[in-house]
Ligand binder design. Structure first.
Ligand SMILES: C[S@@+](CC[C@H](N)C(=O)[O-])C[C@H]1O[C@@H](n2cnc3c(N)ncnc32)[C@H](O)[C@@H]1O
Length: 225
């Protein structure tokens, strides 16, 4: 495994219970959002796929089960340890072994190498300007014609009341992660807008509900050829 120079592990405390919190917070919705675009329609056996800020990484394991060549990257040693524990628990054989990088995403210097780059609940960690830089970097890692998938919170649909409820729901999460992992404190980002600004074509959006409100979405953008 490629290793990062030692940095403070911001997910040391909350990392071990991250997936548990996500289930308590959303039921299956977050998980369903994370695997929404990982299906044979979008991902072929042998495709190279990168998971940025992989966390516990059930989505990455799902992609490996489909026969993709999976690379995962995370800055947190704790998160990568939880990912390895998940792999060990599932004890599955994949067509390609999963490649693990313990690195800052900006240190992944593999321009135009990936058929798909996945940012599930990753971009929301950053302040708006930094998020735009990260998204630009992720886009540079995709091959021409490759796909960028962003799974995250949304508040773009519904009436005023439902949008307010979704904002409140987001601010509970962002406050917790701001306090526990020093994530940036910010509004819900409208990811398709930033993706289009980078020249991606939005091909698909799938929504995931909680209490009958679209709280999460998975957005698939295509890089020009
Ligand atoms: C909110 S968690 C999401 C984890 C996972 N993708 C999921 O959906 O459950 C954000 C992840 O990004 C990682 N991360 C934050 N900044 C990073 C960076 N600059 N480079 C790589 N990983 C980073 C964190 O360590 C954490 O595992």
């Amino acid at each position: 495994m490629q290793e990062a120079v030692a940095t403070k592990d911001k997910y040391k405390v909350i990392g071990p219970v991250y997936d548990l919190l996500s289930t308590l917070y959303s039921g299956r919705s977050i998980h369903n959002c994370k695997v929404a675009m990982l299906n044979p329609q979008h991902l072929q056996p042998g495709d190279r796929i990168l998971f940025a800020g992989v966390g516990h990484g059930k989505d990455a394991i799902h992609a490996a089960e489909l026969g993709a060549q999976v690379t995962v990257v995370d800055l947190s040693e704790t998160m990568l340890r939880k990912f390895q524990e998940q792999l060990d628990r599932e004890n599955k054989q994949f067509r390609y072994p999963i490649r693990k990088l313990h690195l800052d995403i900006f240190k992944v210097d593999e321009a135009e190498q990936y058929d798909m780059v996945v940012a599930n609940f990753f971009l929301n960690v950053f302040s708006e300007n930094m998020m735009k830089d990260v998204l630009r970097h992720l886009t540079s890692l995709a091959k021409p014609g490759g796909r960028i998938v962003v799974g995250d919170f949304t508040d773009t649909t519904g009436n005023l009341l439902s949008r307010l409820a979704k904002k409140a729901y987001w601010y509970v999460a962002v406050t917790l992660f701001w306090a526990m992992a020093k994530n940036a404190f910010h509004k819900i980002y409208n990811y398709p807008q930033y993706m289009e600004e980078l020249g991606l074509t939005i091909e698909e959006r799938k929504y995931f509900k909680l209490l009958n409100m679209d709280c999460y979405w998975s957005v698939l953008g295509r890089k020009p050829n």
